[in-house]
Design a protein around this ligand. Structure first.
Ligand code: MN
Length: 329
């Protein structure tokens, strides 16, 4: 067998679940899970910044999928005044999540790694459900300042981007808006299969859920105490003790400190440095177990100065590159 020659830029990382290095960029320009507009422009900005070319230089074959293409999201969001209990726009959020779910499943069925670009984090309902439907053993790292595990009963704001994890876990099922019943046919995420990194703004009801279910949650306190390398090691050991299961990383750019990622909907100071943020995905890539990635909550419209949008978008692109095997040396 000839020894494979690498180009200078090509990644040396071996992706066990995607040895052929094929990825699908699943575009999810969705903002209905929260109230601010602009987050739907995230995918376009990341593509304009050259994400596709960057991944190709790493040796990936890149396809693009647009599961929300047929939705007139502006119009839908304006029209979507529906509320169920406290949940805002349940029909729109559910419909979009289901389309993304199908897009992610299709990407995996095509033997490509789904890299979903948001959009607000409510799309995580669709991406995680898609991964779990294709491989029920999938485990999850949720990288975020927020736990996003409110249920329809515990949410204060009613914004569904704060609830995706509870839906994929099947929590508080009796209180769900009826539109989400399509999720009943999908394997639910077991609480032992998700770990958080970067938390620092967790609602009281969410803390109780995390405690009651024994969910591995590494806040910024733990990052300070143990260092990011140890935290990633502990998080992976908890969700993937055998080291053999696929890992879906769902990455909200607000996990990183707003010094580096200011253009995002719910910034919280005291976050990860840019290097800590990139280290997480470098370390997951190194295990070879990455099976799916989401990069969400980039909102260029919230830039207060010229550099903000660029900084945030380039951090989002860097997260994707590092997850897909870019290394410093
Ligand atoms: Mn967040």
């Amino acid at each position: 067998m000839p020894i494979k020659e690498f180009t200078d830029t090509e990644t040396r990382v071996n992706f066990k679940f995607h040895p052929d290095k094929k990825t699908t960029l699943v575009l999810a320009p969705f903002s209905g899970g929260q109230g601010k507009s602009g987050v739907e422009d995230g995918p376009e900005h990341m593509l304009k910044a050259g994400l596709q070319k960057e991944l190709e230089l790493l040796g990936w074959d890149v396809a693009i999928s647009e599961p929300l293409k047929d939705l007139d999201l502006d119009k839908e969001k304006k029209n979507a005044k529906d509320v169920f209990g406290k949940c805002k726009r349940p029909a729109l959020v559910s419909d979009s999540a289901q389309k993304i779910y199908k897009g992610v499943r299709e990407a995996i069925q095509n033997k490509t790694l789904p890299l979903t670009i948001g959009g607000d984090h409510s799309i995580g309902i669709g991406t995680l459900a898609g991964s779990l439907a294709e491989n029920p053993e999938t485990c999850v790292l949720w990288i975020d300042a927020h736990a996003d595990i409110n249920t329809p009963s515990t949410t204060d704001s009613g914004n569904l981007h704060g609830c995706p994890v509870s839906f994929v876990m099947g929590l508080d099922r009796a209180a769900w808006p009826p539109q989400f019943s399509w999720l009943d046919s999908v394997t639910t995420l077991h609480p032992s299969k998700i770990a958080y990194i970067g938390l620092r703004d967790v609602d009281v009801g969410e803390r109780k859920i995390l405690r009651d279910h024994g969910i591995a949650a590494f806040s910024m306190y733990h990052v300070d105490k143990y260092g990011i390398a140890k935290v990633v090691e502990m998080a992976l050991a908890k969700v993937n003790p055998s080291g053999t299961n696929p890992v879906h990383v769902s990455y909200d750019v607000d996990a990183i400190d707003p010094l580096y990622t200011p253009a995002t909907g719910t910034p919280v100071r005291g976050g990860l440095t840019l290097r800590e943020g990139l280290f997480i995905v470098e370390a997951v890539a190194e295990t070879g177990n990455l099976s799916a990635l989401d990069v969400v909550e980039t909102n260029p419209a919230l830039a207060l100065q010229d550099t903000h949008a660029l900084d945030t978008v380039s951090a989002g692109c860097a997260i994707a590159r590092c997850a897909l095997g870019e290394t410093l040396l």
